[in-house]
Design a protein around this ligand. Structure first.
Ligand code: ADP
Ligand code: MG
Length: 657
């Protein structure tokens, strides 16, 4: 039985418009081990077509192509792939070495695709390269060696898996006379050692080396002559025996991708940087949200008692009369009322107001309070030192122990002052008597109190008990009405529902609360903007990766053809591109997270100076989320290009110049 037998082979190429071109017309020929066959014929006669069929690169033909009696035309993909890998070695006219891999890696590629371990792979590749006289060049890249050397590398690559058949399509077509002879000697030697070598050539001189010359013309065999006989030697068993070949391994794919990415370093660095911007926005957005929320909660808790809800009564704005129809007085009143509402001022509460508030669910009791906010009219004096106060307030359970720096909360006849006032008035203020002067409803009132303690939260404020204020005011003939009330919740967790009920009744919470709400609203807007930026840049980076991988597929079309000729499966090719995208994602993510961290350091430096707080708080989870999003987006973007690469037709890819 012949090693290779072609029976009634017909190959038709489909052309546009249902036309066909018959490139091979009923070919019948068989080849055996140890033959060196030259296929000669004019350009376009069908030589390459026949080689591609024999090599299993094209299985769309009629007739039977038997390898050791088995029909290749009926092979499934997996069988065809192992047929390539184990039995066929390709040598091309244009060498088709992979430019970003060194000679050792180029030769080892066929084994890399079979997931042979690195050590065995390199040992075998080195052995074949040494046979080809290239021992000293193994770490060079293909463009650092001459044409003859390149073709010897290509032959080494074809031999590395110890195939039975070597197919050489015009192996000397690109070589000068002298190197042609060297290469032909090597090819002859391969046949002498017992392999079947089928070599396409135009040249009679080349054909003269062979043991058989098959002439093909216009898709038909028109001659089959015996040439120079070969002196055969005993076939040497190669170091690697044929194992069941496996597929391209994950780490091998990773290494191949890294080598390729290194070759196009600046482009890949730019892409990784570009895609890192989206990741950066995501990480910074999360970290900023985290930081600011932390800051706000911190502030909120440091000012007030979470079980106590401050209630203010908004001044009524008479909004039914249009502004232009109001009298001067009405306009002024409305303006004042608006100002009051903005600055947290409050109208007096009536008994029925308090009644309504005490009926809110979860409210245990209601505490009356008084606040007087003024700029410039109210003062405290100690001896000759006088200083302005912004707020004159009644004490309430809204004051918290942790903010009491020194002393105690005031009893009857006593006063609590803020730190700012204490330092303005003098040293060791506790126990001293100070004079408080306030202007209320047009009257200037003065009274003396003994300082009981110093409070840290708030600016330029003093606190006396509600009863003291009441007594003081009635001495002056004024009836004190509460203009702020404090509701005690049965539990801090019910504070939110109480706040809601207050708003429903037409009252207002504390000024801090209003500010925090405003702040949170601003933060929401900021988060929305950042999310938008993040979303858009993630889409942009996905498109960018898609485009770059697509370009990469186009650039590497020939390489993909070579890999397929060496026995790469669809999956292997896909894996190479997906791995590349994975690495781009990892690098993009690392840059994104790294730069976010640096930005965080800078921003936090300033925010620490300004508010004593780090506003950007990157957690490990955010960093991981950034990495995962980055990798996921790149891999998603790689889907189309990787498939496109995997589906490339090897014969067409190889024909591409
Ligand atoms: P050569 O003997 O020069 O290697 P080929 O085998 O490459 O010739 O081509 C044989 C014939 O088949 C040529 O006429 C060529 O134009 C035609 N041919 C090759 N590939 C295709 C294809 N994909 N589609 C249509 N015609 C093709
Ligand atoms: Mg050809």
């Amino acid at each position: 039985m012949a090693l290779l037998e072609l029976k009634n082979i017909i190959k038709k190429y489909k052309l546009a418009g249902n036309e066909e071109f018959v490139a091979l017309k009923n070919i019948n020929v068989s080849f055996d081990k140890g033959e060196l066959v030259s296929i000669i014929g004019e350009s376009g006669s069908g030589k390459s077509t026949m080689m591609n069929l024999i090599g299993g690169l094209d299985s769309d033909f009629e007739g039977e192509l038997l390898y050791k009696g088995k029909n290749i035309g009926a092979f499934k993909e997996a069988e065809l792939v192992s047929y390539h890998k184990e039995n066929i070695g390709f040598v091309f006219q244009s060498f088709n070495l992979i430019s970003h891999l060194n000679l050792l890696d180029n030769v080892a590629m066929a084994m890399t695709l079979s997931n042979v371990d690195g050590e065995t792979r390199n040992k075998r590749a080195l052995e074949v390269l040494t046979d080809m006289g290239l021992k000293d060049h193994v770490y060079k890249k293909p463009d650092q060696i001459s044409g003859g050397q390149k073709q010897r590398v290509a032959i080494a690559r074809a031999l590395v898996n110890d195939p039975d058949i070597i197919i050489a399509d015009e192996p000397t077509g690109a070589l000068d006379k002298e190197t042609t002879e060297q290469v032909l000697e090597i090819i002859k030697e391969i046949a002498v050692r017992g392999k079947l070598v089928i070599m396409v050539t135009h040249s009679d001189r080349v054909a003269a080396y062979s043991s058989r010359v098959v002439k093909i013309d216009n898709g038909e065999i028109v001659g089959d002559e015996v040439g120079q006989p070969l002196k055969h030697v005993e076939e040497q068993q190669a170091a690697t025996s044929h194992k069941k070949s496996k597929n391209l391994g994950f780490f091998a794919a990773m290494r191949l991708s890294l080598l390729n990415m290194k070759e196009k370093f600046s482009r890949n660095a730019l892409v990784a940087f570009g895609s890192s911007i989206g990741i950066m926005s995501v990480v910074l957005m999360l970290a900023l949200g985290n930081g600011v929320t932390g800051y706000v909660t911190d502030q909120m808790n440091s000012f007030v008692n979470p079980e106590v809800i401050e209630v203010n009564k908004p001044a009524e704005v008479e909004d039914d009369t249009p502004l232009e129809e109001m009298t001067m007085e009405q306009q002024q009143q409305a303006q004042q009322a608006q100002m009051m509402n903005v600055f947290g001022g409050s109208e007096p509460f009536t008994d029925s107001d308090i009644e309504k508030l005490s009926e809110i669910e979860h409210v245990e009791y209601v505490e009356k309070g008084f606040t007087l906010t003024a700029l410039g009219t109210n003062t405290v004096a100690y001896g000759d030192t006088e200083t302005m106060i912004m707020q004159f307030l009644s004490t309430s359970s809204n004051l918290i122990d942790s903010n009491l720096e020194e002393g105690s909360f005031p009893e009857s006849g006593e006063i609590l002052i803020t730190e700012t006032l204490a330092s303005a008035l003098g040293e060791d203020m506790i126990g001293r008597t100070i004079d408080v002067t306030i202007v209320f409803e047009g009257q200037t009132l003065t009274n003396s109190f003994e300082v009981s303690g110093i409070y840290t939260a708030g600016n330029n404020a003093v606190y006396v008990t509600y009863d003291d204020i009441d007594a003081w005011f009635s001495e002056e003939g004024i009836e004190l009405e509460p203009n702020v009330v404090y509701l005690h919740a049965d539990d801090a967790s019910n504070a939110e529902s109480i706040k809601e009920a207050i708003r429903d009744l037409g009252f207002r919470g504390s000024m801090q609360e209003a500010m925090i709400n405003m702040f949170t609203e601003m933060l929401d807007v900021l988060t929305l903007v950042l999310t938008g930026v993040a979303g858009i840049s993630l889409i942009v980076s996905a498109i960018m990766i898609l485009v770059v991988l697509n370009i990469s597929v186009v650039e590497r079309t020939k390489e993909i053809g070579v890999l397929k000729a060496l026995g790469a499966r669809l999956k292997d090719i896909r894996r190479i591109f997906v791995t590349e995208a994975f690495l781009l994602g990892v690098f993009g993510g690392l840059i994104g997270v790294g730069v976010s961290y640096l930005i965080g350091l800078v921003v936090n430096h300033f925010s620490n100076n300004a508010f004593d707080f780090s506003v950007i708080q990157i957690t490990l989870e955010y960093a991981l989320a950034g990495m995962i999003i980055s990798v996921a987006i790149s891999m998603l973007a790689s889907f189309l290009p990787a498939n496109k690469a995997a589906r490339l037709d090897p014969v067409e890819s190889l024909r591409r110049e």
